[in-house]
Design a protein around this ligand. Structure first.
Ligand code: CDP
Length: 234
């Protein structure tokens, strides 16, 4: 059954959209990067570590990672109302949780590392593209990290599992409909830092979702590494 599923753009079930990555796209930031899955384009800029204000929010034992995700008004077909929303707050939070485990925040007590993520064009998978861009931007800023974080959405279309869904695929309604499972993992370990399910999935399939996600993450890691090397070699 799964093998019969045809994707609207003709991709294989576990084939990612073409990926583009570039490091150092915002000269005034301490670190920056762009990451795209097809028509989904994310830009991330890192500022800091710098002293956290107001002072009562400082943690003398650790730095704080503060992410601000923003889907820009004209990034989507139906213009999005500018400014923060419940959705942007949620994505900012899960992005902080996805990235924090690899960052040595204890090395920067009482400080904040600000990560601004802008989605300049959206065709689903924006939180995952944002995490990929932010991970590269943090490395570019010279923040001590034990590894990169790679992220992708695994989806279920009726009964078929597919990787890196487009908006059209997220809106799929046939059979069991569409489920979207965003995963993020530490590139060179089996540790997952984000598993976020939107929809319904049978518990016995979750293991297969993480396996497919981990395979896709290997390809994402290669793209991230190549973009970082290009800047280091310069
Ligand atoms: O982007 P991601 O898949 O991580 O999160 P989502 O909340 O599931 O959003 C899926 C997609 O819906 C986005 O990538 C956009 O393409 C679209 N969207 C939109 O058109 N207008 C919005 N206000 C929010 C999302």
């Amino acid at each position: 059954m799964a093998k019969e599923h045809k994707r609207p753009d003709g991709r294989g079930l576990t084939e990612l959209r073409p990926m583009t990555a570039k490091v150092g796209v915002i000269p005034n930031a301490d670190g920056s990067a762009m990451f795209a899955f097809g028509n989904t384009v994310a830009i991330a800029a890192v500022y800091g570590p710098r002293q956290l204000h107001p002072q009562h929010m400082q943690d003398p034992a650790s730095g704080v990672l503060r992410v601000n995700y923003d889907l820009l008004s004209f990034s989507v077909y139906d213009r999005k109302k500018p400014g923060p929303s419940r959705r942007s707050q949620e994505i900012s939070k899960v992005t902080e949780w996805a990235l924090s485990p690899v960052i040595d925040l204890a090395a920067f007590p009482s400080t904040v590392i600000d990560v601004q993520i802008y989605i300049i064009q959206a065709d689903a998978g924006t939180r995952t593209a944002g995490i990929n861009a932010a991970s590269m931007a943090l490395a570019h800023a010279g923040i001590p990290m034990r590894d990169l974080i790679c992220s992708v959405a695994v989806g279920k279309q009726d009964k078929a599992l597919v990787v890196d869904l487009t908006k059209e695929e997220e809106d799929f309604e046939e059979g069991e409909g569409a489920t979207d499972f965003a995963v993020a993992k530490v590139a060179n370990s089996d540790e997952f830092t984000l598993l976020q399910l939107d929809g319904k999935i049978q518990p016995e399939i979750v293991k297969e979702v993480t396996r497919i996600g981990a395979e896709a993450c290997k390809k994402i890691y290669e793209v991230q590494k190549k973009a970082l090397k290009e800047v280091i070699e310069k």
